[in-house]
Structures are given as structure tokens and as C-alpha cells.
Write a protein of this length. Structure first.
Length: 275
């Protein structure tokens, strides 16, 4: 049965997969919206520019906030800012996808540290919520609406995970970090066992088990050892490990030792006349 760290690893990677999917959907919907906006602007210009719309409404008499069938505002340089907004959303989506994939890690650690491996998921979630809100604040088609709402929801989840796991979130979901832990842990256990002096491995003795096996109750990690006696100390000294005995100390409340020069029985002198 997987441990709690295994469930955490699986859950964080599921959220990461959903995050990548929502960013791809936002990327695709932004391109579709930008193309439809450009087509609507072209039709609007052919129909009379800023004076009328394709439905025959005169914008000089009625307030036309947006060009019909688009998200482009009917104002000075409205088409330019609308297209620039979509291009920025597309660029940010690409950057966030690369951050979620973890490539290139050195680039993010140096130039965008809040998206690097040393930071949690909170900053990523905030950026996703901002992108989702920027799209949802306009009248868009259903594809863009669903993509932006999904992205905003995943952003809230990432913010929550960032508050829970903090800077450890990306390390807990990383495959490379998980493989490194598997390689390092046996070496650390061996060093700890040799340092404490509970078990010293040998080639001829098969009597004692390691400290880690005794704690976990598992026989799979057991190994032969020399025990606690002189043979164990000799084997440890041959490998460069020495056990230093603790210094003797007397607690402050202990009574002072008595003098050793006091005679336990009276001493009598012999004389030549004694019988």
C-alpha cells in the first residue's frame, strides 16, 4: 500500500497535469478569439468604419462599446490593444506550461525564480487566476469561457496547495527528486548505523541486524554484523570508525568523595614484651 508521500506525489502530479491541460486550452482559445476579432474588425471597417455596424446601427447615434461579434472595444486603437492582450495571454500561457513541465529549470531559477523549483505553487496559482479573470471579464465565446473558468479554478487549487506545502510542493511532485531520495536514503542509513556502533558489517558473521531493520521490524533490510563486543570495535576500527567513550562527570548534587587516607581500623604497635 502506498505511503502518504506516495499519495501526495500522485495528487500533486494530477493537479499539474490538469494545469497543463487548462493552459493549452487557454492558448488555443486565445488564438481562436484573436482570429475572430481580426475578422470582425475587417468586416466592421468595410461596413463604414466607426460610424455603423453590420446590423445597420449607427454608432454616432447609439453607444457601441464593442465592435459587433468581437471583444474589440470601439475606441481609439481598440483593435491594437485587443490583439496585444491576446498575444500577451498566449505568451504567458507558454511560459507557464514550460514552468509546469520544468524545462528549462536553470532559466526559471535565474530569471523567473517565483516559477522555479525553489518556490511553491502559490505564485503560479495567482498568475493563472489573473489570466482567467482577464478572459472572463470580456464577452467571449463558449470555448474561451469554459477554458478561462477551468483555468481560474485550477489557479485557486494551486494557491491552496501553495499555502499547504509552501516551497516543498514542487520538490514533492518532482520525479527527479524522488529518484534521488531513493539513492541517498540507503547510504544515510548505513552511515548512521556505523556511527552509532550498533552494527558493523563483516564477511564471516551473520548474527545481528541493522538499526533500521530493528526499528521498522522488517527483515528485508537486515544484514550481518559483528554486534556490540570487541569484534565489532575491531571491525569498525579497520574501516576507520572509532567509538570514543564518554568523559566521566559527576552531577552537582552528588556528595563529595571521602578521603581514602582514613584508616578503617586502629593500628597497634607491637613491643618486644608483648605476649
Amino acid at each position: 500500500m502506498p505511503k502518504l508521500s506516495g499519495y501526495t506525489f500522485i495528487g500533486l502530479n494530477i493537479v499539474r497535469g490538469l494545469s497543463i491541460v487548462t493552459l493549452i486550452l487557454l492558448f488555443s482559445s486565445s488564438i481562436v478569439t484573436m482570429v475572430s476579432d481580426i475578422k470582425a474588425v475587417n468586416v466592421f471597417m468595410k461596413a463604414g468604419g466607426s460610424n455603423s455596424t453590420t446590423s445597420g446601427i449607427d454608432c454616432s447615434e447609439f453607444d457601441c462599446d464593442y465592435i459587433e461579434g468581437s471583444t474589440v472595444p470601439n475606441q481609439a486603437a481598440g483593435a491594437f490593444w485587443a490583439v496585444l492582450n491576446r498575444l500577451l495571454i498566449i505568451f504567458q500561457s507558454i511560459v507557464l506550461i514550460m514552468s509546469e513541465v520544468g524545462w528549462p529549470a536553470s532559466f526559471f531559477d535565474r530569471f523567473f525564480p517565483i516559477l522555479g523549483k525553489d518556490f511553491g505553487l502559490g505564485a503560479l496559482g495567482v498568475i493563472q487566476c489573473l489570466l482567467g479573470a482577464a478572459v472572463l471579464s470580456h464577452h467571449v465565446d463558449k470555448f474561451s469561457l469554459v477554458s478561462a473558468f477551468f483555468l481560474f479554478s485550477i489557479g485557486c487549487v494551486n494557491i491552496f496547495l501553495g499555502l499547504v506545502f509552501r516551497e516543498k510542493a514542487k520538490r514533492l511532485r518532482s520525479l527527479a527528486a524522488r529518484d534521488d531520495d531513493k539513492d541517498v536514503l540507503p547510504i544515510a542509513d548505513k552511515t548512521r548505523t556505523l556511527y552509532l556502533g550498533h552494527t558493523y558489517t563483516g564477511s564471516s558473521e551473520k548474527e545481528s541486524t541493522t538499526l533500521s531493520a530493528a526499528r521498522s521490524g522488517s527483515t528485508a533490510s537486515s544484514r550481518a554484523g559483528m554486534g556490540f563486543g570487541r569484534q565489532g570495535e575491531k571491525a569498525a576500527a579497520a574501516k576507520g570508525f572509532f567509538v570514543q567513550p564518554p568523559e566521566e562527570s559527576v552531577p552537582p548534587y552528588a556528595p563529595k568523595p571521602k578521603s581514602h587516607f582514613r584508616a578503617s581500623s586502629p593500628v597497634t604497635s607491637s613491643s618486644p614484651t608483648a605476649v
